[in-house]
Design a protein around this ligand. Structure first.
Ligand code: SF4
Length: 146
């Protein structure tokens, strides 16, 4: 397989290439808290109501932007917004000039390697419908950083 991500910028990629970079971890679909003074980002285990908590996949990917007003389109994210993404996320890594992690499905050839690496949020979250959104500090969790 051609390592297109090593020879193209994110903006040069085809839609198919772009989509294949997403490892499906689901971490971007979690509620986060940002320290406004330091810009540090804290992830919680509270997921968007559209996330299938068993598979870590969006249940309505094609219409998510219309249904969830603050769902960000990664393709249109600014550099500072990309910094909210997990350090494992291919879009963030490539935008920072880093390589893909060895467990990434494009290198491993196995979508399950995301689970084996401990990066997927499958079966590790609760839906925002079952959470107290006014007390998200209690739901902060440290996810695997690679
Ligand atoms: S954090 Fe990045 S790799 Fe993970 S699901 Fe979101 S866009 Fe895909």
């Amino acid at each position: 397989m051609t390592r297109f991500w090593e020879n193209k910028t994110l903006t040069e990629m085809t839609l198919r290439e772009w989509e294949s970079l997403c490892d499906g971890c689901g971490q971007c679909c979690l509620h986060k808290l940002v320290n406004e003074e330091t810009a540090d980002v804290f992830y919680t285990h509270v997921a968007c109501r559209l996330l299938d908590t068993d598979t870590a996949r969006c249940q309505r990917y094609d219409t998510r932007s219309e249904e969830v007003s603050d769902c960000l389109d990664v393709r249109n994210m600014t550099a500072s917004e990309l910094a909210w993404m997990p350090r494992s996320c291919a879009y963030r890594r490539l935008s920072e000039g880093k390589a893909l992690p060895q467990w990434h499905p494009l290198l491993s050839g196995d979508p399950q390697s995301v689970l084996s690496a401990g990066v997927s949020v499958a079966n590790r979250t609760i839906s925002e419908d079952d959470a107290d959104l006014d007390n998200l500090e209690a739901d902060i969790i440290e996810w695997v950083a690679t």
